[in-house]
Each structure stands twice: as structure tokens, then as C-alpha cells.
Design a protein around this ligand. Structure first.
Ligand code: NDP
Length: 236
């Protein structure tokens, strides 16, 4: 049986990816940082599809915890580096600790999980999908740390794709625009309505639509180093 490991699977886009890949016949392992109740709900949804599911509490920015998580996963074929955090504010007000917090999850977390996954995939091949962001391509005002971290993740994706192709490991990223999840809960209805005006498809995306793009990259055997936009046409 092939296993797909999804980081940050307890809600939002990560949960939708877990369910989507479970429907494709993968055994699912996913991690979360602290929301046990949410993780249980993801497990229930995975098992409803008939697939096996395992929830692992692991902070992806912690090297020891990542090592432990990967030691409990067998038959790894797919890794989705989805866990991510955002932060909003002016550059001049941002403490160094906040900048480092974002990078430690969004960039270092993806690096640590990729390094651990490669050790398991070497010899049998595999596929890694990183969840970047439209803001990593364009930059967003008041989201400098987030934008920079996602730009770094895009650079990491391209470098890893070249380095790991000879080992039969494909590395791609999805680059979502505004997706309706808890991450955007801090925005008011008015702010969201204003943002939606700039989306040619006229609405936010759903977590399931982001997950479909991940599935496409998992299944496309001749695609590597690609950054697939899922943004309703906001950035083309
Ligand atoms: P949510 O905030 O809804 O979910 C984030 C998930 O990541 C949760 O499961 C959370 O677990 C987990 N997580 C956070 N920090 C860590 C950590 N240190 N270690 C392990 N797990 C962690 O976010 P979304 O679903 O919206 O976002 C998922 C990804 O998509 C992120 O990388 C985000 O940057 C990206 N994205 C989102 C967009 C959007 O508009 N929503 C747009 C573009 C990209 P727990 O609850 O336990 O903390």
C-alpha cells in the first residue's frame, strides 16, 4: 500500500488534500500542531472513504519531531508540504521573532520534511508537492514575511525538482490565491468582498479546488518543477 503524508492536515486545504488523496486509494498519514479535535474530524473523513488514516502530532519546524514522525511512516510515495502560517502587519513593526516564526514553519518545515521524505523515497521514487501562495509570486503589502517565505518555497521547489529528478522523485508546487479557510478569518466581510472584485472568476476558491490541483500534480508523471496556479485568474 502507498502512503501519502500531508502536513497540516487537521483543517482547511490540508484536510481537503487528505480526503482527496484517500479517494485515490492512498493510505493517509497527516500531521497537525495542536488542534486534536480538528484532527479527529479529518481522520473520520479519511476513514469514510475506506482508506487508512493516521494522525500524528508534529510541529514541522522541530527537527526532532519531524524525524520521529517519518520513522513511523511506511510505504511513503507522496509528501505534501501544506502546513503553513501567515502574519499581517507593517515591516517596520515586525519583530525579528515573528519573521523567524513564519520562516521556521513555511520554509524550514518544508525542508525538514522533504529531507526526511527523500531518505524514504530513494530507490522507489516518489512525489512531493509544496503548497506555496500567489503572494510568493507577486508579493502582498503588509504580508512581507509570508510573501518572502512562499517565494523561498517556490525557489526550493524548483531546486529540489532538478536535484531529485535523477532519483525518480518529482517536486512541484501549487500556488493558491484566496481560498476560503480559517487562515483568512481575520479579514472582514467587506475586505473579502473587495478582494473578490479582483478575482476574474468572481469568488474565493474552495479547499477542495486547491486539493484537486495537488492531485493533478501527484498523478502527472512527466511534470516536475512546476508551480501550478489555483487563483481564479487573479494572477496569470
Ligand atoms: P489553516 O490555518 O486553515 O490550516 C493550517 C494547517 O497547518 C492546520 O492544520 C495547522 O494545524 C497546521 N499547522 C500550522 N502550523 C504548523 C506546524 N508548525 N506544524 C504542523 N502543522 C502546522 O490554513 P489553510 O488551510 O488556509 O492553509 C494551508 C496552506 O495553504 C498553508 O501553507 C497556506 O500558507 C497555504 N495557502 C493558503 C491560502 C488561503 O487563502 N487560505 C492561499 C495560499 C496559500 P493546527 O490547527 O493543529 O495548528
Amino acid at each position: 500500500m502507498s502512503t501519502a503524508l500531508i502536513t497540516g492536515g487537521s483543517r482547511g486545504i490540508g484536510r481537503a488534500i487528505c480526503v482527496c488523496l484517500a479517494k485515490e486509494g492512498y493510505d493517509i498519514a497527516f500531521c497537525y500542531r495542536k488542534e486534536e479535535k480538528e484532527a479527529e474530524e479529518t481522520l473520520r473523513l479519511i476513514r469514510e472513504t475506506g482508506a487508512g488514516g493516521t494522525a500524528i502530532r508534529c510541529d514541522v519546524s522541530d527537527e526532532r519531531q519531524v524525524k520521529e514522525m517519518f520513522s513511523s511512516v511506511y510505504g511513503l510515495e507522496v509528501l505534501v508540504n501544506n502546513a503553513g502560517i501567515s502574519s499581517y502587519g507593517l515591516i517596520q513593526d515586525m519583530p525579528l521573532s515573528e519573521w523567524e516564526r513564519l520562516f521556521s514553519v513555511n520554509v524550514t518545515g518544508a525542508f525538514l520534511c522533504t529531507r526526511a521524505a527523500v531518505a524514504k523515497m530513494r530507490g522507489r521514487g516518489g512525489c512531493i508537492v509544496n503548497v506555496a501562495s500567489m503572494w510568493g509570486e507577486t508579493g502582498a503589502s503588509c504580508e512581507a514575511a509570508y510573501s518572502a517565505s512562499k517565494a523561498a518555497l517556490i525557489g526550493f521547489t524548483k531546486a529540489a525538482a532538478k536535484e531529485l529528478a535523477p532519483s525518480g522523485i518529482r517536486v512541484n508546487a501549487v500556488s493558491p490565491g484566496m481560498i476560503e479557510t480559517q487562515m483568512n478569518a481575520r479579514f472582514s466581510e467587506e475586505e473579502i468582498a473587495e478582494f473578490v472584485q479582483g478575482i476574474p472568476l468572481g469568488r474565493q476558491g474552495t479547499p477542495e479546488e486547491a486539493a484537486e490541483a495537488v492531485r493533478f500534480l501527484v498523478q502527472s508523471r512527466y511534470v516536475t518543477g512546476e508551480i501550478l496556479r489555483v487563483n481564479g485568474g487573479t494572477v496569470v
